[in-house]
Write a protein that binds this ligand. Structure first.
Ligand SMILES: C[S@@+](CC[C@H](N)C(=O)[O-])C[C@H]1O[C@@H](n2cnc3c(N)ncnc32)[C@H](O)[C@@H]1O
Length: 247
């Protein structure tokens, strides 16, 4: 990873996300979230009515709204002005009782009572000092609370792109950290072991590790407009982890 990144400079990149992109992802995210990430996160979280849930790095807030629709008491934390602004405007329109807090997870604000669950979806890979952010997520939980996080699978981060180009997955480095410029912001690669070892070091017990696969029929239907998406049938684009906080 380059040494020039700060949390603030990484966050600032997210302000370039266009309004129409946030609108397109308003209900349930994009194709990959709809078919792979959301079903796994929601299954791992279990029953939501009455449970206090933190959406850590909530972006434009689609997951916060999904959780609130299912009966959770939701707090969303998001640092980037553009995304935070969208989420709070939607809350003003929909009145789902979601509380949004504009904050950087590496300098966590006071968020009130401990949470029954913390969801951190596609966020840790975007944070240079991701260990501080993960620490904040776990610290926000009550003893025995559930920490669920999703990242681009560290072993298959460029799955769709390389599959489209080569018809197979290709990878030339994995063990060291490096920057990965994406459409709106730079992500940061770390190996699988870094994420797992940190969760365990924070006193959590692993509950489940998921590498969700795309349904073959859904992939076939999407392939004409999303060439290369069939890669998601046999290789995992996402790593989703559920862990329980210690007492
Ligand atoms: C790929 S987006 C995911 C957003 C949302 N969780 C979702 O699934 O739509 C990455 C998010 O991480 C947020 N982020 C980046 N650095 C952060 C930090 N230090 N603390 C909290 N959130 C951060 C970005 O602002 C952005 O909203």
């Amino acid at each position: 990873m380059g040494t020039a990144w700060t949390s603030a400079s990484a966050i600032d990149q997210w302000n370039s996300i266009p309004h129409e992109t946030m609108v397109a992802m308003d209900l349930d995210g994009d194709f990959a979230k709809r078919h792979l990430v959301n079903p796994t996160l929601l299954r791992m979280l279990g029953p939501l009515p009455g449970r206090r849930v933190l959406d850590a790095g909530c972006g434009q807030g689609y997951m916060s709204r999904m959780l609130a629709r299912r009966g959770a008491e939701v707090v969303g934390v998001e640092p980037a002005d553009t995304l935070f602004g969208y989420a709070t405007r939607r809350e003003a329109e929909l009145r789902q009782d979601i509380r949004y807090v504009q904050a950087d997870l590496t300098r966590p604000p006071a968020l009130g009572e401990p949470f029954d669950a913390v969801v951190c979806s596609m966020v840790l890979q975007s944070i240079p000092d991701w260990r501080a952010a993960m620490r904040a997520c776990v610290a926000a939980l009550r003893p025995g609370g559930l920490f669920v996080f999703a990242v681009n699978h560290p072993a298959f981060e460029n799955l769709w792109g390389t599959w489209r180009e080569h018809g197979e997955y290709r990878l030339s480095r994995y063990l060291t950290g490096y920057d990965m410029p994406q459409r709106y912001a730079t992500d940061f690669h770390r190996p699988l072991s870094a994420y797992f070892n940190e969760v365990v070091a924070l006193g959590c017990a692993l509950v489940e590790v998921a590498e969700p696969a795309l349904d073959a029929r859904v992939a076939r239907e999407a392939e004409p407009t999303m060439p290369g998406i069939t890669a998601y049938v046999d290789l995992p684009a996402f790593l989703i982890v559920a862990a329980r906080a210690g007492g």
